[in-house]
Design a protein around this ligand. Structure first.
Ligand SMILES: [Zn+2]
Length: 248
């Protein structure tokens, strides 16, 4: 069943590539980073997505002690991300998927990943967006990144799958939204909830050795990662690391 899903994912990806190629022929466009004509992302801007970043994090949040990103959130990278997530430039999907896959193969980050035994199951979890953002964008954009990471982990020999373990409540508990001075991670924690899929997974795979890799578009203060990790670890899903396109 799992391999069927992987085949379907690959077919959808191939279909996207064909649509993108035709789209460029029919509707010429500019690079999402610098505006250079006839490119989704030009080679110079793509190179900026390979300036891998690593930052330490409390091992109680991510057991590896680091979070990693493809680039710094600045200049062309910032333009590309904003164009992709807020202006509906879905042709960038492939570019970001590719940069997330390369991130895992980068020498320094491979060292981090090599801590994981091949016998472990990796659950790649997209960081959830609010219902309002999903409605505005018409989709859950971090899923694209999570799928790419899972695909690369499988290529490197792990049993990995992208699975939405967390979602966002429509509204937070009132006390959390109203009280001043509540930290961002506490406010977020009040809105995050485990999905039905997560509960089902825990019930059926209770004894499987597993770990979670969180995937987000931008890591800023780390508050989101902290909130997601706390929720997952309380539910018995140990979090290994977090990956993102960019880091502030
Ligand atoms: Zn460019």
């Amino acid at each position: 069943m799992e391999s069927l899903w992987h085949t379907i994912e690959e077919l959808v990806d191939a279909q996207r590539r064909v649509i993108t190629a035709f789209g460029l022929l029919l509707f010429p466009r500019g690079c999402a980073g610098c505006g250079k004509p006839d490119e989704v992302v030009c080679p110079q801007c793509y190179r900026q997505l390979t300036q891998w970043q690593q930052q330490s994090i409390d091992t109680r949040i991510c057991s590896s002690g680091v979070v990693c990103s493809c680039a710094r959130y600045q200049g062309a990278v910032r333009h590309m991300i904003l164009s992709w997530k807020d202006k509906g430039d879905w042709q960038c999907d492939r570019v970001f998927a590719q940069s997330m896959r390369s991130l895992i193969t980068h020498a320094d980050i491979t060292t981090v990943f090599n801590q994981l035994p091949k016998t472990i199951t990796i659950l790649v979890v997209p960081v959830p967006s609010s219902h309002a953002s999903r409605r505005k964008r018409g989709r859950w954009h971090t899923v694209v990144l999570a799928r790419a990471v899972a695909q690369q982990c499988r290529t490197q020999g792990w049993n990995a799958q992208s699975v939405a373990l967390l979602s966002m409540r429509l509204t937070a508990a009132k006390s959390l939204t109203l009280s001043r001075g509540t930290s961002r991670s506490t406010r977020l924690a009040g809105r995050l909830k485990l999905t039905r899929k997560a509960v089902r997974y825990r019930n059926t795979h209770g004894n499987t050795p597993l770990c979670v890799i969180l995937v987000d578009d931008i890591i800023t203060t780390g508050a989101t990662i902290r909130a997601c990790s706390t929720q997952l670890q309380e539910a018995g899903f140990p979090v290994f690391t977090a990956l993102s396109i960019a880091m502030v």
